[in-house]
Structure formats: C-alpha cells, structure tokens
Design a protein around this ligand. Structure first.
Ligand code: ADP
Ligand code: MG
Length: 695
C-alpha cells in the first residue's frame, strides 16, 4: 500500500455494519464464508404436532401465535404463546430484541425449533430459533447448519450469506490437492467436503458430523493442513544475548515463566512457524518472557517486531526493554505515531536497513509502510485489544512466515482458548512472581466518596500514588470525556488546590521526589488526548511527579507503576469482570500494601451485584473468568465489546453455556488421553477463522 496515508490509530471500537459483524467472526472476504463452518446442525425437515411433543428433546413445530408479551417476573422475558388447534406451547426468550417481539405478532404463523422442556404452565421452548412463515412454506430437505455468530447477526442472515458465497464464485472452491494425494486416502474434493458440511443431507450421520469424524470433516482438515504448511526461519539462538539478559534481571524467573520460555525456545528452533498464545494474568510477568524470546531470535540473526495496542504501552515496553538491554550488542528502534516526523524516519530507516534488530511500537509497525527485511519473530502484546482492522493489516503484511508470539491477559480457560483459537498453541503462566502483597478490594458506596478522597490524600502523603478510574460510559464517548474532565477538576480542587494539570505542563514540573508538604498533583489521561500529551502525563506518573492519575480505561492495559498502591474505580458496577480484574491488576505491583476501591452507585442490577461479589471474593483471573462465563454465558464473555476479539458468540446463550461446559470437559479429557486427537476435536469450533486469528 505504498503512499496511502492511514488515519491515526484510533482505539479499536466495535462497529456495527455487516462488515464489522462479519469481521468479528474472522470473515474478511466473501470466500471466508465458505470456511465458516457450522457448529452443529438441526433437523428442520419435519414438523411435530404440539400435542405430540415430549420434553427433553429438540423438536420443530409450526403454530399460530396467540399472544406475545413481555413479563417481568421473575426476570424480564418475552413470552410467546402458540397453538395449533390441538395444543399450546410457550416460546420463552430471556434475551431478545424489540424486532423479535414485533415479528412474533399474534395471528402470525411461526416455525420454531428448540429443546422442549416442562415449564410451570406446560411445555415450553426457551430461546427457540424461529422464523415467521406463510402457511404451506415448504420444509428444507437438508439438515440446517447452526453457525458461530455474533450479536445482531442472525442465523438466517448468515445462512443466506454462506449459501450465496457457495454459488457465487467457483474459484472459492477450487481444488488445491492433486488426485494422487487425495485418492489413496479417499479424501473428498474440497468443494464436495465444504458443500456437504454446510448442507448435509438428512441421512447424514449427525453424530459423525458432531464429532467431526465424518469423512467430509477429515478431508477438509487435511486440505487445510496442506494449505497451511509454511516455513519459518529456524531461530535456535546461541544464548549470547539471552544469557546476558538473565544475568542482569533483578529477579529470578518463576517456575511458570521458565516453563513457558522452554516451550517457546523449542518452537523457535523449528522451521515451522510458531503460533503461540501466551496467557498470563495481569502482572504475571509476560514481558520478560517476550524479551527472552526476542533475544533468541536476534542472536539467531533475525529481526523482531514487538507490538502493543496503545502508544502508552508501546512506550513502556520500549523503556523497560531499553533499560534491560542497555549495553548489549543490539539496536532497538521505537516507532510510534506520536513521534516527530524526523525521528520516525530515522527509526524506519534503521529497521529497514536491518541495523535495528528490535522494533517496538504500535500496529504502525505493520501499517506504515515499514518493512522488516529479516523478520523472524513477531510479538503481539495484549493481542485481544487489537481491532479487526489491525489484525488484517498484519495478515496482509505477510508475517505469515515469521514465528508469532501473542500475549494476552484475558484469562480464558486454556481449553476454551484452544477451542476458540484453532491450532494456536497455548502457554499459560499460572503463577505470580513472589513478594506481591495481594490487593485488598473494598466495595464502597458513592455516599462515602469523601472518605475515599481523604484516603487518597493519606496515600499520597505517604509518597504512594493512586489511580482514579473514570466511569465507563458506553453510549457516549463525549460524555465519558466530559466526566473525566469534571472528575479531574473535582479531585484537583479537593486534593491539590491548584490549577488542573495538563500533559503539556509536565516539562515544567521539577522531576524531584515527593516531599511531605507538596500539594498533591492530579493528572488526567484519556483516549482523546494527543499521543505526546498522553505520553507526557504517563511519564509524569511513572516518574512520580503526578500523584493521582485520573484516567479513563486507557490504562487498562499493561501499564506498570509499582509505586501505585491504590486504585479507585468509579461506577464499578458499569464495568465488566474482565475489565475490573485488569484494572485492579495495575496496583499491587510493588511491595506496598495495595487497595482497590470499587465505588458503586445504587440501585444496582442483579448482574452488577453478582459481578462485584465475584471481584470482591476472587483474585485469580482464571477463576474470575470462569465465574464470568457462568454469569454471562460464553457469548458475552468472549464478546467483541470487551476486546475486539473475533471470538464467537452463539446464537443461543442459555443453551450453549451447557454446550461449552461439556465441550470443555470433553476437551480436557481428550487432551489428557490423546493429545494428538485434541486438535482434531478443537477444529470444530473454528471454521475458516484460523487464518485470521493466527495474525
Ligand atoms: P504482565 O504479565 O501483566 O505483562 P509484566 O511483564 O508487566 O506483567 O510484569 C509485571 C511486573 O513484574 C514487572 O515489574 C516485572 O518486571 C515484574 N516481574 C516479572 N517477572 C518477575 C519475577 N519472576 N519476579 C519478580 N518480578 C517479576
Ligand atoms: Mg503486559
């Protein structure tokens, strides 16, 4: 894309066009739809009269709508009563859109499918899939696919899109394997397999399809593997640099860190590109693992790109790594949108000439016409925070032949992560560095806000620092900004008694340690600031010139200031569990006793109460994730809002919570008994997303 000027990197926001929604599923081009494979199938080929329904099984019915209404007890739900002249049935929805309520108008004829169960008032189906039909609409003659989908994209819409892609362009289905490879193994042709999986005939073995043992599945897998075979440079390393870093680290690695480093070392030495996801709770020490991987690549004569999702984080990494690696024989280049043009040009030149082996920056590294001629390893930090567009840019840049290490603090249970991320290998750091005092969590009502302000004053007078996180306002970025500014003014007035601090002034502040009687300095950090203003404020905080940092959730990721021992999260009830956990992880990084105050406003919804209870009672990110899964269902848990992760949301949360749970159990069992087969099993969740997610 030479010459094209990209817009400055905005924080990834989940958009809502059809393309955005498809993007969330990893579908970037029409042909990706062909490989968006069903999760399971439903048999819609015949109807069951209402009087013949039995609970405990899935059925398809067709009936006339007698009544549709929203009920509020015990919780808000849409209840639709249908009848077919002989019997009645209730269709019940706990999650629904106004459009669904409208569609289910009395007098219309509805065709619905789902598990029938015994309700309080007779038989019912919770969250059926349904469509309003004209009487006499023919039934399908093939099994109906159920696809992984995302909020606002119906199964019907997806089915139509997939069907269209299947007929649109034969090139999408072109055969890539020669007959001499196919025949001896009785492999199906690619197009045969794909068509079959999207629309199996009714006599297909559902269990073989569900278990992915059907020849159509096995054939497709082999096709896929053949396509994916790529070569990466071997990076065995000669330990000159890695050993030097070990020697200067001010700490010894935890056992978990050593284990994952060993896994990465082995991967890098192979000619097959590493595709590894490194998971570890916030503060578990992923950066040093990344640094050691980077050095192994560099001492093997290759370049490394290290990408972070925000400028702030990229700069932190740069500083930290520059300090750790100071004096070692390698050159680091830092590339960020906020740099002066000249500096940027120099950095680029150093990278492109190969003079700089280690490039650190935001996704600009892959967007801004930078080429890394000897790229051996690409590291993506907080990879879940990268938006769809950035991931695509990475893919187009063709880092497919480099080894890849992706890091994430989103604590997805390992097996779940594997099922969602296709053939990514997953390493987990499941141990915290020693010497951390656990963060004490306090739930405090807004009414006691003034006490909290006093507490902040005390903490600052003791020479410690405080984060004060602004309320999250999903609906309006503008309102969020206003609130941040107001909060900053309020705290400045109450604590500092001086004019509000802005990033530009940071240079004017003397870089000296805090004296007991100094006024407390309050800084403001939000997503709308210019990159260098942001960096200046962050800098001030890192250096201890700013005592209280008022921030929107831009600080959520990765920032590391060990002297910060208190965090206040305002309107904590509005945040998701993962976000609260991430935020809380910003404190408790030093030896000081740390506290996280969750300010809440009453009244709270049941879900909000449940969330705060979980975060209050748990420190372990994986346990929190598990509970999150239970509270929200897998769709939301892995949803795009939280992260831009192109993970899957299911059509039917209520039902699929069970599905996921049992899949997880099955996957664990399989991993234990037959590690080789596990990847086979896991592919079921993925469809064509793997290419995409690998980025
Ligand atoms: P994260 O996994 O959230 O990215 P970091 O890599 O930022 O965590 O590490 C958090 C802090 O812990 C850093 O200050 C880092 O230097 C420190 N750290 C990492 N590993 C260890 C260790 N084994 N012992 C002590 N401190 C460590
Ligand atoms: Mg980190």
């Amino acid at each position: 894309m030479p010459g094209s000027k990209k817009k400055p990197a905005a924080e990834p926001k989940a958009g809502n066009t059809l393309a955005d929604k498809l993007g969330r599923l990893g579908i970037a081009r029409e042909q990706d739809l062909v490989l968006h494979l069903p999760l399971r199938y439903e048999d819609h080929t015949h109807l069951c009269p209402l009087a013949a329904l039995k609970p405990g099984q899935a059925w398809q019915i067709e009936a006339t709508i007698a009544n549709t209404e929203i009920q509020y007890r015990p919780r808000r739900q849409l209840v639709c009563l249908v009848e077919d002249g002989e019997a009645q049935l209730v269709l019940r929805f706990f999650h629904f859109y106004p459009s669904q309520q409208k569609a289910l108008a009395p007098g219309k004829r509805v065709r619905a499918f789902g598990d029938v169960r015994e309700g309080h008032f007779g038989l019912e189906i919770v969250h059926p899939s349904f469509q309003v039909v004209e009487p006499g609409t023919p039934l399908p003659d093939r099994l109906t696919p159920v696809y992984p989908t995302t909020a606002g994209l119906s199964q019907d819409a997806l089915r139509k899109l997939v069907r269209r892609a299947l007929v649109r362009d034969p090139a999408y289905l072109a055969e890539t394997l020669p007959p001499w490879t196919r025949d001896p193994r009785r492999l199906w042709r690619f197009d045969e397999a794909v068509r079959y999986l999207h629309e199996p005939p009714t006599d297909a073995s559902q269990s073989a399809l569900d278990e992915r043992t059907h020849p159509a599945w096995t054939s497709l897998k082999i096709h896929r593997r053949a396509r994916a075979r790529r070569r990466a440079p071997r990076l065995p390393g000669d330990t000159t640099l890695t050993r030097a870093l070990y020697a200067r680290l001010p700490f010894t690695l935890t056992r978990a860190q050593q284990r994952v480093i060993a896994e990465i070392r082995r991967d890098l030495a192979k000619a097959e590109p590493m595709q590894r996801l490194l998971q570890g709770d916030v503060g578990s020490g992923k950066t040093v693992v990344a640094a050691l991987a980077a050095l192994q690549a560099i001492e093997s004569g290759y370049q490394v790109a290290f990408m972070a999702p925000t400028e702030i984080l990229a700069e932190q990494h740069y500083r930290k790594l520059a300090a750790w690696l100071d004096g070692l024989p390698l050159k680091i280049a830092w590339l960020s949108g906020g740099l002066p043009a000249k500096t940027k040009r120099q950095a680029k030149a150093a990278i492109e000439s190969g003079e700089a082996q280690f490039a650190i920056g935001t996704h600009m590294l892959f967007q801004d016409e930078v080429t890394l001629p000897r790229l051996g390893l690409a590291i993506v930090d907080e990879q879940h925070r990268f938006g769809v567009a950035q991931r695509l840019a990475l893919r187009q840049k063709g880092i497919g032949d480099a080894h890849q290490l992706m890091m994430s603090a989103t604590p997805i249970p390992r097996t779940l992560a594997m099922s969602f991320y296709a053939d990514l290998d997953v390493s987990v750091i499941d141990e915290m560095p020693p010497g951390r005092t656990p963060v004490a969590t306090r739930l405090v009502s807004q009414r006691r806000r003034s006490e909290i302000v006093e507490r902040v004053r005390k903490v600052c007078s003791a020479g410690r620092q405080v984060y004060w996180v602004c309320p999250l306002i999903e609906e309006s970025e503008k309102l969020e900004l206003q609130t941040a500014v107001a909060l900053h003014a309020e705290l400045t007035a109450k604590l500092g008694g001086q004019t509000p601090f802005s990033g530009r002034l940071s240079a004017a502040l003397a870089p000296v340690g805090k004296m007991g009687s100094d006024p407390i300095k309050v800084g403001l950090l939000h997503g709308r600031m210019k990159p260098d203003d942001k960096a200046a404020v962050m800098d001030g905080f890192v250096r201890g010139e700013i005592d209280v940092l008022v921030a929107t959730t831009v600080i959520e990721v990765g920032v590391d200031v060990p002297n910060a021992s208190m965090m206040v999260i305002e309107h904590a009830e509005r945040f998701g569990l993962a976000q609260l956990h991430q935020l809380r992880g910003r404190v408790g990084r030093g030896a000081a006793e740390s506290v996280c105050v969750l300010l809440f406003e009453e009244p709270m919804s049941e879900a909000a109460k449940a969330r705060l209870k979980v975060i209050y009672e748990n420190n372990d990110g994986f346990e929190i994730a598990r509970q999150d899964l239970v509270i929200r269902g897998p769709g939301e848990f892995l949803g795009a809002r939280q992260s831009g992760v192109p993970l899957l949301r299911f059509a039917d949360l209520e039902r699929d919570v069970r599905l996921i749970e049992s899949a997880r159990a099955a996957a664990e069992e399989l991993l234990r008994r037959e590690p080789g087969a596990a990847s086979t099993h896991l592919e079921r969740w993925l469809g064509g997303k793997q290419e995409f997610i690998k980025v």
